[in-house]
Structures are given as structure tokens and as C-alpha cells.
Design a protein around this ligand. Structure first.
Ligand code: FE
Ligand code: FE
Ligand code: ZN
Length: 260
């Protein structure tokens, strides 16, 4: 993965720890991991970001499904601890008629069992589009989770530009206001990563359909303001646009060209 990132001009990457739909991960290969760590150091990579399978639901009503999410994440975090500075991102989950408060309680209590004082990997909650009964569609919901976590220094937020726009935050016309709100509610110190995506749908659609940079309702100029914003410009950015490698290479080149 490191070599692929280099080949398209990237200096970080995001990857799924296992099949995004869940299931078993490949056995951990220590020699392979050491090689990657060396490549990341030699090429001065920004922190790499692991993404939990998006089918995990830490706030499912079914106790077995909640336990499965917890077991997978525990295993993933142990693996990620082999990569200095790495972070681990997950979708808070869907409360499915139980209500966000029940969801928030399940998610935070899972984190309190999961997080260990000795771990180095920072765990990120992703801002969600609010599709269906997703928890994390507002900064307030994410803050409510963080507030219940004891080891808060092991936690952060990953802001997905498509998701927050879909969730109703106008990052196109009022980026400063949105970030001010984030700072007031959660604190910008907690913002650790950006998923840089355009959106196939207008603001507030709650659909979660990513579009290529400049091809959607957010648009190129608004995304350029995101990467250059003084509060964001030093964060790592991860593309999740519908592309193959040449498309990613072109978007990276375009963003580098437009970065102030
Ligand atoms: Fe995600
Ligand atoms: Fe995302
Ligand atoms: Zn998404």
C-alpha cells in the first residue's frame, strides 16, 4: 500500500483493516509491517489511517452484533499499534429505532472497555451524513460520545466533507462558521483528519454518496478553501472519491497545485 501511495504522489493513505463488509483479517505479518514502517519513515508520510469495516455497528440492538463490533475493533487496534502515529477511524453506528441516546451510550461504553492507557493508536469518530438512523450526524452527538469516554486523549474526530455537507453543514458558503461551531461544541484540538470528498447530492440530503473532486455539489473551489483553511491545512487529508488510481493521482496533483 505504501508503494502504491508513492506511485500516485500521496504521502499518506487510508485503508480497510479487513474486507469493508467485515469478516476475518489476514494474519498479521510482522516482517511486512516493519517494511511498511520503514517506507513511511523514509518518505516522511503523514499518519496513515485505518478504517473499520463499515458494517460494524457498535450500537446495534442485538448484543451479538455489538460484541462483534467490539471484538473486531479490539483486534484492529492491536494491529495498528505496530505503526507509529497511525489512527483508526470508525462510523459510530446506527441506532435503528432505539434513539440516538441509547446509541451514544452503547458506543461510549464500548470505547470505555476497548481503549487501553498503553495504546498509541488514536481512535477517530467519523462525522456522518445522517443516513437512516446514523449516530454522529451532528457535532453535538459526537461530543456526547466523547464526553462519556474516560480515556479522551485516545480519541479524536475525522471530518468527512461529503458527510457534514450532507448532514446540513454549509461548508460551501460558511466554512468559517461551521468550523467555529465545531470548535465551540467539540474543540478543534480534537479534529485529527479530513476525508476530502465531493458530494453527489445537495446540502442536507442525508444520502452519503461521494463524488469526485469538483464533480459534485460542494465543488472544487469550496474544497480548495477546505485544504487551505488555517485550522485545517496541517491535518492529513484522505480522498474517498469514486476513482481508480489514475483518478486519485490527478486529484492529488490538483490539490497540491491549489494548496497555498
Ligand atoms: Fe467512513
Ligand atoms: Fe468518510
Ligand atoms: Zn461516506
Amino acid at each position: 500500500m505504501g508503494k502504491t501511495a508513492l506511485s500516485i504522489g500521496a504521502d499518506t493513505f487510508q485503508f480497510f483493516t479487513r474486507n469493508p463488509r467485515g469478516g476475518a483479517a489476514k494474519p498479521f505479518d510482522k516482517a511486512d509491517a516493519a517494511k511498511l514502517v520503514e517506507l513511511l519513515e523514509t518518505n516522511h508520510f503523514a499518519p496513515i489511517l485505518a478504517h473499520a469495516p463499515y458494517t460494524l455497528n457498535a450500537c446495534a440492538s442485538d448484543a451479538g452484533l455489538r460484541q462483534f463490533a467490539e471484538d473486531v475493533m479490539a483486534d484492529d487496534i492491536v494491529r495498528m499499534d505496530h505503526f507509529p502515529g497511525a489512527m483508526y477511524n470508525f462510523h459510530p453506528g446506527s441506532h435503528v429505532k432505539q434513539g440516538p441516546d441509547v446509541g451514544i451510550e452503547y458506543i461510549s461504553s464500548m470505547l470505555n472497555r476497548l481503549l487501553k492507557p498503553s495504546q498509541k493508536t488514536v481512535v477517530l469518530l467519523e462525522t456522518m451524513a445522517g443516513k437512516g438512523s446514523e449516530v454522529g450526524r451532528t457535532f453535538e452527538e459526537l461530543k456526547a460520545i466523547l464526553d462519556r469516554v474516560e480515556l479522551r486523549d485516545k480519541m479524536g474526530i475525522c471530518l468527512d466533507t461529503c458527510h457534514v455537507f450532507d448532514g446540513g453543514y454549509d461548508i460551501v458558503n460558511h466554512l468559517d462558521d461551521v468550523l467555529e461551531q465545531f470548535d465551540k461544541v467539540i474543540g478543534l484540538k480534537k479534529l485529527k483528519a479530513i476525508h476530502l470528498n465531493d458530494s453527489k447530492n445537495p446540502m442536507g440530503s442525508h444520502k452519503d454518496r461521494h463524488e469526485v473532486i469538483g464533480g459534485g455539489f460542494i465543488g472544487l473551489e469550496a474544497l480548495v478553501r477546505v485544504i487551505n483553511h488555517p485550522s485545517l491545512r496541517n491535518l492529513p487529508f484522505y480522498l474517498e472519491t469514486p476513482n481508480e488510481l489514475p483518478g486519485y493521482a490527478a486529484e492529488i496533483a490538483l490539490m497540491r497545485d491549489r494548496s497555498a
